[in-house]
Design a protein around this ligand. Structure first.
Ligand code: NAD
Length: 260
C-alpha cells in the first residue's frame, strides 16, 4: 500500500522540468493518479508519459490557467478519467520566462507586464481552485496547495531583484490562501501555501547567475543551494492526512533565508 493510493491530483505548471514536475513525480510514486497541466501541451504530455513509463498513472493536459473555460474543461477531463480530484497544486506561474532580460525596474515596467504576472499567478490559481472546489465539496474533502515564494515574506532588499510584479503576485497568493481556507474549511477542504526560496530549476538557471545563486546560499542558515527535492517533502506533507488539521498556513522552505 502506497502513501496516497487511490487519490487523484492536478499539478499545474508541471510540464517543465521544474518544481511542478518534481511534485508530480513524487505524488505518482506515492500512488496518486496525476494530471500534469501546463500551457506547454507537448511538455505536459511528455511528463505524463515519463510518469507512466515509471509505473505511475498520469494524464497530460494543455491548459492556460487564465482561461476559465479551459480550466473547467481540464477539471472535467480529470474527473471523467479518474472520477474525482483530491489534491490541487497551484504551481504554474510566470517568474521571468515571458519577460524581458534584464528584468525591469518597477518605474519602467509596462502595465501589461505587471498585469500579466498577476493574472497568471493570482487569478490563475484562484480559477483552478474555483473549478476543483465543487468536486471537493461534494466529497467533503480536498487539499489545495498554493505555491508562493519567500520573496513575499522577506527578501534581500540590497539585491536589485527587479521582481516587483512577481513579488506582489506571490503575496497575493498568500492572501488568496488565507481567504479560501476560511471559506473552504467548513466543507472539509484545506488550503495551505508553500513558500520556497531560490531553487535550482531550468527557469531560475536561465535568469539568475551562478554567483548570485551561491551568494543566496551563503545568506541562508543552511549554507547550500536548493534543488526541487528540497521542496517536495513539504508539499507532500500538505497533500497528506498528516496535515489534516492545518489550513490557511504558509510553510517557508528556504534554508533559513527569509527572516519573518
Ligand atoms: N525556482 C525557484 O527558485 C522558486 C522559488 C520560489 C517559488 N517558486 C515557484 O515555484 C513554481 C515553479 O517554479 P519553477 O522554477 O519550477 O518554474 P518553471 O518556469 O519551470 O515552471 C512554471 C510552469 O508554469 C507554466 N505556466 C506558465 N504560465 C502558465 C499558464 N498561463 N497556464 C498554465 N501553465 C503555465 C510554465 O509553462 C512552466 O512549465 C512557481 O510558482 C514559482 O513561482 C519557484
Amino acid at each position: 500500500m502506497k502513501r496516497f493510493d487511490g487519490q487523484t491530483a492536478i499539478v499545474t505548471g508541471a510540464g517543465s522540468g521544474g518544481l511542478g514536475a518534481a511534485y508530480a513525480d513524487a505524488l505518482a510514486a506515492g500512488g496518486v493518479q496525476v494530471v500534469v497541466a501546463d500551457i506547454r501541451g507537448p511538455e505536459a504530455g511528455a511528463a505524463a508519459d515519463r510518469i507512466e513509463a515509471a509505473g505511475g498513472e498520469a494524464m497530460g493536459i494543455e491548459v492556460d490557467i487564465t482561461d476559465e473555460g479551459a480550466v473547467h474543461a481540464m477539471v472535467d477531463r480529470a474527473v471523467n478519467r479518474f472520477g474525482k480530484v483530491d489534491i490541487l497544486i497551484n504551481n504554474a506561474a510566470v517568474m521571468f520566462r515571458f519577460l524581458d532580460k534584464p528584468r525591469t525596474p518597477f518605474w519602467e515596467m509596462p502595465v501589461a507586464e505587471f498585469e500579466l504576472v498577476q493574472r497568471v499567478n493570482v487569478t490563475g490559481s484562484w480559477l483552478c481552485a474555483k473549478a476543483v472546489f465543487p468536486h471537493m465539496r461534494r466529497q467533503g474533502s480536498g487539499k489545495i496547495i498554493n505555491i508562493s515564494s519567500n520573496m513575499a515574506l522577506g527578501t534581500d532588499l540590497a539585491w536589485p531583484a527587479r521582481m516587483a510584479a512577481y513579488t506582489t503576485s506571490k503575496a497575493g497568493v498568500i492572501g488568496l490562501t488565507r481567504a479560501l481556507a476560511g471559506e473552504a474549511g467548513p466543507h472539509g477542504v484545506t488550503v495551505n501555501a508553500v513558500a520556497p526560496g531560490v531553487t535550482n530549476t531550468e527557469t531560475v538557471g536561465e535568469h539568475i547567475d551562478a554567483e548570485r545563486m551561491e551568494a543566496v546560499a551563503q545568506s541562508q542558515a543552511l549554507r547550500r543551494q536548493a534543488w526541487p527535492k528540497d521542496i517536495v517533502g513539504t508539499v507532500l506533507f500538505l497533500c497528506s492526512s498528516d496535515s489534516d488539521f492545518m489550513t490557511g498556513q504558509v510553510l517557508c522552505v528556504d534554508g533559513g533565508f527569509a527572516a519573518h
